[in-house]
Design a protein around this ligand. Structure first.
Ligand code: ACM
Ligand code: ZN
Length: 525
């Protein structure tokens, strides 16, 4: 038998491919193997990526060549026609290895699968021949188009190098959307040239809540950081090469205290504010009756859209208390002028006004499910976090939806029932198995609305994650489980089988010294 733990017809690829067939003979990958790419195909990055990762895991540094003469025994990266823009095929046979696809994205995903096969076979390395790869034919494409991971860089800040590492993890599991949560009560993290106080003042807090929320304890250490526009461009380009779209989130009208600390005139009261030190929700939000707020946000978004080439801008919209608006003369006047019956409709007015602006810039908006309250903006997509009800309502009304329900998509929750042995988390319990068994299309939705569910994503809020190593611990391997939710046919999913494949593939992360959670290693013992 070729593959003891997985059965004869399987490879330990995550996410599980659509179709795999295995032969009985082997191709030897070694120092003599070349990476071959036809000249002018535009796959130079993919070839270099493969070269670099193969070197990293196998120690073979393969030359890249465009001499297609004598292609036998090479790894060939080639374009061809196909049924899906993002499909790929890997064939290993007597002629060598061919990764073929319709797009560079498909080639890149094929490379990720090949690297996993190589990694799996490393322990079969034979001194004279090299790494023995079974003859195989893999044909594969994803089930969902939004395969997302979010990262909150506001509660705690992570360097561009750490953010790139996070993107590496997405790439490994063929995730394609990185939701970058850039503004919050506790810190504004993106340089905006027109409003320098946002980062001079708004990126820094004078202290931070420490320990469990209920202790109500704070340190007095100045904390902060931000990304320059040059750094943002660098991250966006890094992601794009890995076929990952970055969706920036600029929170409005709530979660805006850091911006109000920088520009108090944007609040209802005009008081002075400090950047938030406590986790939770603040009552001071952008004033919805003051046109300066809309000018400010349009200016900010003008700089933001120039940095992020993707279709979507996330405008937040969650957890906006209406307290200040209820007692603000400007907000109340706006409601009269616009014929709005309550503050929920005022929030809807706010979001719709920003949507018009962003649609005019060629962008679509996506917001947390509170943007349904008071009336959904005409073209908005909804990210359903308070369960799936918001997503079901939005898809029912033919709006695009990304499912991200707290359970099981909040990776800031505990992942193991023995919470006392785990690092402090916000609460909850989302086990690897619960993530694995998620399906983002609710049974309540009629068939013809299914197409509005773009996919799902997991959120990594970082109140209780003070280091990137802790982010890794919370995100991995749950990200691998979510990847399989979003890529693989539900009928092909099997948790026990997944865990066995994970046992092999998670060690790819060891080459990066990743601090992944190892609880699953005990599940099959
Ligand atoms: C959220 O977790 N407040 C979207
Ligand atoms: Zn107001």
């Amino acid at each position: 038998m070729l593959f003891g733990v997985y059965g004869q017809q399987e490879l330990a690829i995550i996410p599980q491919p659509k179709e795999v067939s295995l032969g009985t003979e082997f191709f030897a990958l070694n120092n003599k193997t070349r990476i071959l790419l036809a000249p002018g195909e535009g796959l130079e990055f993919e070839a270099e990526f493969l070269q670099d990762r193969l070197d990293n895991i196998s120690g073979y540094h393969l030359p890249i060549s465009s001499k297609t003469k004598n292609a036998k025994g090479a790894i060939r990266l080639v374009f061809r026609k196909g049924n899906h823009p993002d499909e790929y095929r890997i064939q290993i046979d007597v002629t060598g290895i061919e990764i073929s696809a319709v797009s560079a994205e498909g080639i890149f995903h094929g490379i990720q699968s090949l690297l996993q096969v190589v990694h799996e076979r490393l322990n079969e390395e034979n001194e004279s021949d090299g790494v023995l790869l079974p003859y195989l034919d893999v044909y594969d494409f994803p089930n969902f188009q939004w395969r997302g991971m979010h990262l909150d860089v506001c509660r705690h800040f992570f360097t561009t190098e750490e953010v790139k590492r996070y993107i590496d993890y997405l790439a490994l599991y063929k995730m394609n959307t990185f939701h970058w949560h850039l503004t919050e009560d506790q810190g504004w993290r993106i340089e905006i040239k027109k409003y320098p106080h946002l980062t001079e003042i708004g990126a820094w807090r004078a202290g931070t809540m420490v320990g469990p929320h209920s202790n109500h304890e704070f340190d007095t250490i100045r904390y902060g950081g931000y990304y320059t526009q040059e750094q943002i461009k660098e991250v966006v380009a890094y992601a794009a090469k890995r076929h990952i779209t970055v969706v920036p989130e600029i929170e409005m009208p709530g979660h805006a205290l850091a911006a109000l600390a920088a520009y108090p005139n944007l609040s209802c009261t005009g008081d002075s504010f400090e950047v938030g030190q406590q986790w939770g929700v603040y009552e001071d939000v952008y004033c919805a009756g003051n046109d300066q707020v809309f000018e400010f946000l349009e200016d900010v978004l003008e700089e933001v859209v120039a940095l992020f080439p993707g279709d979507f801008v996330h405008i937040g919209g969650d957890e906006c208390p209406k307290t200040r608006w209820e007692s603000c003369a400007k907000c109340q006047q706006r409601m009269v002028d616009e014929g709005l019956k309550d503050e929920h409709e005022l929030q809807s007015y706010f979001i719709q006004r920003m949507e018009r602006y962003l649609n005019g810039k060629g962008k679509k908006i996506i917001g947390w499910d509170e943007i349904l309250e008071g009336g959904l903006a005409p073209n908005a997509a909804v990210m359903s976090w308070r369960g799936e009800a918001g997503g079901i309502a939005a898809a029912g009304a033919e709006h695009e939806v990304v499912m991200s329900p707290g359970s099981p998509c909040y990776f800031d929750h505990y992942q193991h029932a023995e919470k006392e042995n785990e690092p402090l988390a916000i609460g909850g319990l989302n086990t690897l198995e619960a993530v694995y068994n998620y399906h983002p299309v609710p049974s309540e939705l009629t068939e013809e609305k299914h197409r509005f569910i773009l996919g799902a994503q997991a959120n990594v809020w970082t109140e209780y994650m003070l280091s990137f190593a802790h982010v890794e611990y919370m995100a991995l391997p749950r990200m691998a489980a979510l990847a399989e939710v979003l890529w693989t046919n539900p009928k092909q999913k099997d948790y026990t089988n997944f865990v066995k494949r994970l046992e092999t593939q998670v060690h790819l992360l060891d080459y990066w010294n990743t601090n992944y959670c190892t609880h699953f290693l005990h599940e099959t013992r």
